[in-house]
Design a protein around this ligand. Structure first.
Ligand SMILES: Cc1ncc(COP(=O)(O)O)c(C=O)c1O
Length: 359
């Protein structure tokens, strides 16, 4: 594939060319069998092998202990955050609201469970320009919910917080660095940013939570029932899971998550240096620099006109999908795992040239 551009979409997002090619091949013909991986039963030996290998590689990449199950589910991250209180709320649960996505998770839980859902900290009063700081969760809460990377606002929790039952929406940073799974109760991520096509969500769940699940929870939403059926209570997103397997193989070939983290830091530095070195032409939207996301880089230009011109000129130079989210405006450059260093370098060079020409 020679005509691919640098795609800075926030999701569904750019995916590694090698993974796309291997998955496309398996879509037409799986291991020379004359049928594709999306054309065989989820209960047959071909797909079962794919599922086992995907779970196994996911475990190895993230060092997931036996205390946790790995699930590949439908419904996206949104369904996931709706089913979390349905399964695991006993007493009250604490939510940190750091941006659009953690707000959505908290609001969905509050709509169903009212005052049992406590927003213990929010940065909404500063328009989510940083994650809230100085908060303390109740260690006795059923769980603490955080979003580790706010896709819209471009900041992250550099360190995941400590809590006996930590629940993390890691959708837009999953496997961009090693994650402390063993001290987390539940980690979930929609695939369509860092892992594969939309339609699969990865959920890593600590098994000791299962006794909390009330009998009234429909089986199709019960994490225990889904785990016992190895994600195959009904037909799982088979092609999406195959794609994940190829992504996991690719991540291993890149040197694993520590190597990926280093490369992501290098990419992020290139773009942030272009912002900080522009003499104020570009303004980062994140107030706390130590919380700047390594996945979604957000910044403003001096005017809407210049922002539109930036987006158009970048596209002419092979860099697409840079327009910021409507509530934040400006530019959002998403530089997930699949974005090569050359893409971040091309953007950073373009930013320098554009600022000089326009400033
Ligand atoms: C951090 C985060 N959480 C949740 C979601 C919702 O994901 P889905 O559309 O798969 O429900 C998104 C989507 O952009 C996201 O970025």
């Amino acid at each position: 594939m020679s005509n691919r551009v640098f795609n800075f979409s926030a999701g569904p997002a750019m995916l590694p060319t090698e993974v796309l090619e291997a998955s496309a091949k398996a879509l037409i013909d799986f291991q020379g069998k004359g049928f594709g991986i999306a054309e065989c039963s989820h209960r047959g030996k071909e797909f079962d092998g794919v599922l086992d290998e995907a779970i196994d590689r996911c475990r190895k990449l993230l060092s997931i202990p036996d205390t946790h199950d790995v699930l590949f589910l439908q419904g996206g991250a949104t369904q996931l955050f709706n089913t979390i209180p349905m399964n695991f709320l006993n007493g009250t649960a604490d939510y940190v609201v750091s941006g659009e996505w953690s707000k959505k998770a908290a609001s969905a839980a509050q709509a169903a469970y009212g005052e049992k859902i406590r927003v213990i900290a929010t940065s909404e009063e500063t328009k989510f320009d940083r994650p809230p700081v100085g908060w303390k969760a109740d260690p006795g809460a059923a769980y603490l919910h955080v979003c580790s990377n706010e896709t819209v606002h471009g900041h992250r929790l550099a360190e995941w917080p400590e809590h006996p039952n930590l629940v993390v929406d890691a959708s837009s940073e999953m496997m961009s660095r090693p994650h402390p799974i063993s001290r987390s109760a539940l980690v979930y991520a929609g695939a369509q940013k860092n892992l594969g096509p939309a339609g699969v969500v990865v959920a890593i769940v600590r098994k000791d939570l299962y006794p909390r699940i009330a009998k009234s929870v429909p089986k199709i939403f019960s994490f225990q029932a889904l785990a016992e059926a190895k994600s195959c209570l009904n037909t799982p997103p088979t092609f999406g899971i195959y794609f994940l397997l190829e992504t996991f193989r690719w991540l291993e070939a890149q040197g694993g998550l520590t190597a990926i983290e280093k490369r992501n830091a290098e990419k992020a530095t290139l773009v942030y240096e272009a912002i900080d070195g522009s003499g104020g032409f570009y303004k980062g939207t994140v107030a706390d620099k130590s919380a700047r996301s390594h996945m979604n880089v957000t910044f403003l230009l001096p005017s809407e006109e210049l922002t539109d011109k930036f987006v158009k000129d970048a596209a002419k130079n092979g860099m697409v999908a840079l327009k910021g989210y409507r509530t934040v405006g400006g530019i959002r450059a998403s530089i997930y795992n699949a974005m090569p260093v050359a893409g971040a370098k091309a953007l950073s060079d373009f930013m320098g040239t554009f600022a000089k020409a326009s400033g």
